[in-house]
Design a binder for this molecule. Structure first.
Ligand SMILES: [Zn+2]
Length: 424
């Protein structure tokens, strides 16, 4: 099981490095056939599945490692071969390039030209993301990430701008209040939906035409006494958290935790949402606010379905229930085959994780403390119903500073992460 003390992390890192190298695309001396790769991947997955679905495990507070989150075959394909040579020569250029990936997967951007060491992954860039290029050679392209150099495989770079719709697929044109339309996909799974979200349109000079749904976690009175299906197909949850693994229903909206000084989480997520909204609007993003007061009568399913239909990405703000001031992280999509094969997770999980990676990278750039590898696998109602890139980000825990100065810094980091995700 994954809780064994000792070498868990080292073993996992080594396995990751081996897999990453084995999945090389071209010309690698350690080339392995696709059949071999598949069987390795499958045995790795069944191992991780067995350990993550073990009975009675709570993974909310054990500080587990998640190095494997991005090791699915889909993303691992998107790599150049391992390069261990010293920094290659770059032809200096200064232009804008875009990420292309035929399967729609995200591509890694690293701090060095070494695909054998995953500790150097700075962020993932989704298809169509715009990057500032400063150097190029046949294998690697140097780009600027948060003012520092990052390296991405040249194979996944194009100078052709994608059609606008590739980045911003949402066509919702309204402003003002947004309520749950019962004809929207999955709307019927919501139990609390008499409330309304509010759409704000940016008036900044540099309008992005991208809508970010900002979801202040918790804050639905009565939400704890109603239950909704964890998954739209009725299957049980694959990880344990607030709701244990194996359950098919979860509370519609939980009340959240209480900070050590007695302040409810929902107050802090609301203050954070308002701060984040202001900074997003100033940066040119439109903002869909799920909650703007202590109570909105929208359960997690309704919040998610509204985000699916009226925004381009969904960011739910939370603080975790530990007391160690452990830092920020995002809830990543569990690496469990049945879960990643269930729609709408199947078509969207890579984008969820890429958004989470971008947000954590932005937070890091704002000097926010990051927990462990920056992610923790969790099967959430939000993820299970999301059809736009969607993430639950935990910005700290019960012991964290939530002064306005701290919230400002978090919001700056999150805006930088959103910029990174959309390549702006
Ligand atoms: Zn929460």
């Amino acid at each position: 099981m994954r809780k064994k003390p000792g070498n868990k992390k080292l073993g996992s890192v080594m396995a990751t490095a081996a897999l990453s190298c084995a999945l090389a695309v071209t010309g690698c001396s350690q080339y392995a056939s696709s059949g071999e790769l598949r069987s390795r991947e499958q045995s790795r997955r069944s191992e991780s599945q067995a350990s993550e679905t073990g009975p009675g495990q709570s993974i909310l507070s054990d500080g587990q490692e998640d190095e494997d989150v991005f090791e699915g075959a889909e993303t691992s394909r998107l790599e150049t071969e391992r390069t261990t040579a010293p920094m290659p020569e770059f032809e200096a250029v200064q232009d804008e390039v875009y990420v292309k990936s035929e399967g729609g997967g995200s591509v890694r951007i690293r701090s060095s030209c070494d695909t054998g060491d995953n500790s150097n992954i700075l962020t993932l860039a989704g298809p169509g993301a715009r990057l500032s290029r400063t150097g190029k050679n046949d294998k690697w392209t140097r780009v600027e990430i948060n003012g520092a150099p990052g390296y991405i495989s040249t194979e996944y770079i194009t100078t052709e701008a994608p059609e606008t719709k590739a980045v911003s697929g949402n066509t919702y044109a309204g402003s003002g209040t947004v309520t749950l339309d019962p004809s929207w996909k999955y709307a019927e799974f919501s139990k609390i939906n008499t409330g309304a979200a509010v759409m704000y349109r940016s008036e900044a000079a540099d309008k992005k035409n991208i809508t970010v749904c900002v979801n202040a976690g918790h804050g639905t009175s009565g939400g704890g006494s109603v239950k909704t299906l964890c998954h739209p197909d009725g299957t049980p949850k694959v990880t344990g958290g607030t709701t244990s693994a194996g359950a098919t229903t979860a509370v519609a909206v939980s009340s959240g935790m209480t900070f050590l000084d007695g302040t409810p989480e929902s107050k802090v997520t609301l203050a954070m949402a308002k701060t984040f909204k202001d900074k997003l609007l100033a940066a040119g993003y439109d903002v869909l606010m799920i909650r703007e007061s202590d109570d909105v009568q929208l359960d997690n399913v309704a919040r998610t379905v509204i985000a699916n239909n009226a925004s381009d990405c969904h960011i739910a703000l939370h603080w975790d229930s530990t007391e160690s001031d452990k830092g920020a992280f995002y809830m990543s999509v569990p690496n469990v085959e049945s879960y990643r094969n269930m729609e709408p997770v199947k078509s969207n999980w890579q984008r969820h994780n890429a958004l989470g990676e971008s947000l954590v990278s932005g937070l890091k750039g704002a000097d926010v403390k990051i927990f462990s590898g920056g992610s923790m696998e969790m099967d959430l109602t939000q993820t299970s119903y999301s059809t736009v890139p969607s993430i639950d980000i935990e910005l700290g825990d019960k012991a964290s500073d939530y002064s306005q100065a701290a919230l400002d810094r978090l919001a700056e980091g999150l805006v930088a992460g959103v910029n990174q995700y959309f390549g702006r």
